[in-house]
Design a protein around this ligand. Sequence first.
Ligand SMILES: Cc1cc2nc3c(=O)[nH]c(=O)nc-3n(C[C@H](O)[C@H](O)[C@H](O)COP(=O)(O)O)c2cc1C
Ligand SMILES: C=C(O[C@@H]1CC(C(=O)O)=C[C@@H](OP(=O)(O)O)[C@H]1O)C(=O)O
Length: 393
Amino acid sequence: MIRYFTAGESHGPGLTGIVEGVPAGLEITEEYIEQHLVRRQKGYGRGGRMAFEKDHADIQSGVRFSKTMGAPIALSMVNRAYEKDDSNWPKVMAKDGERGDVENITLPRPGHADLVGLQKYRFKDIRPVIERSSARETAMRVACCSIARKFLKEFGIEIGGHVIQLGKIGYNGWDSVRKAADPLAENGAESIYKAADESDVRCLDEELSHEMREEIKIKRKEGTSLGGIYEIVVTGLPAGLGSHVHWDRKLDGQLAQAIVSTQAMKGVEIGLGFDAGKTHGHNVHDEIIYENDSFKRRTNRLGGFEGGMTTGMPIIIRGVMKPIPTMIKPLKTADIETKEEQDTRYERSDVCALPRAVVVVESVIAPVIANAILEKFGGDSMSEILERYQNEK
Ligand SMILES: Cc1cc2nc3c(=O)[nH]c(=O)nc-3n(C[C@H](O)[C@H](O)[C@H](O)COP(=O)(O)O)c2cc1C
Ligand SMILES: C=C(O[C@@H]1CC(C(=O)O)=C[C@@H](OP(=O)(O)O)[C@H]1O)C(=O)O
């Protein structure tokens, strides 16, 4: 079973990741990981920080001559924000010594982890909460999960995501999204992300991309922020990953958990999702056919899942990201020291991180699916698992 841990503060010296349970013999390089790190940094609506961070994960252990050894893989990444010549962060984030004149942050931002994190850990300063709740952590998540993504690729399983709604701009219903994404998915879901990456808002539709960009411009000027909805497609799956027999073995539920555990994610839908509740059964269930020696579904409105198991059709899963909590135009908040009403204080922030978040969500679902493969076809080395996969799938 693949597990990963991340450590590190947003403005500390760097981020650390440990990925445990990766079988021996998987080819992995820093260059492979970096391509997804670079993708995560790109997107219209990003804030100033992404202009100078150059995310790169150093492989510290577990890999020899570009192949995994079955041992834990340790990754490390520097925060350029900390290292810059004019940086105050070594002083603010010092691991020892006296606090000196480092100010307390006392104005919690509604929608961020600030107030509850402070209440929970009994801090008098919001800084420690900001540092760990920040989506800076997603840089290391992407690095760790890219290894699982590479594992899946060895089985022909590909993941690709795209933006389908940004604020009020988006596709006109399920069929119009399918028209844009499904022809690409026929060549594997990576075709979806490669096409979406051509757009700086990660939308497959040129006209919508333009409107989304304009919407970000407007909302930035207004001093507010935006979220939206994305769709992730996974292709090349065998039928029967996950299980119907117990709640925590249902793969669709596990994927939802991975997505909602990502900063700012507020919901998940699978296939038609919430729209399935607005129509009748004949518009929802996918008829079964037998074609080219295997069972298939005539349509894929249930997004590749029945009974918590993959049907063998592509997984289609969507998530919603709320608008960014840090905004130029203030909201009201209460100072944690004086308890007086105040305007929130603005610090550098993304206006819309949705295009970047697509890469994070593509990544966080990879270990979940990789573990379903390991559960069914498991082994200690890639050759052993691939052998079983070929014989048994
Ligand atoms: C890729 C990405 C970038 C983000 N950038 C910012 C940001 O610049 N400013 C901000 O206030 N929140 C940003 N967020 C959202 C916060 O991290 C998130 O709202 C916060 O951690 C609270 O957690 P919750 O929204 O899951 O409740 C970002 C989220 C993601 C996924
Ligand atoms: C650093 C990243 O995202 C950060 C996520 C984030 C937040 O509050 O979640 C706040 C911002 O941090 P800063 O104030 O240092 O600019 C973003 O830049 C990143 O994605 O690598």
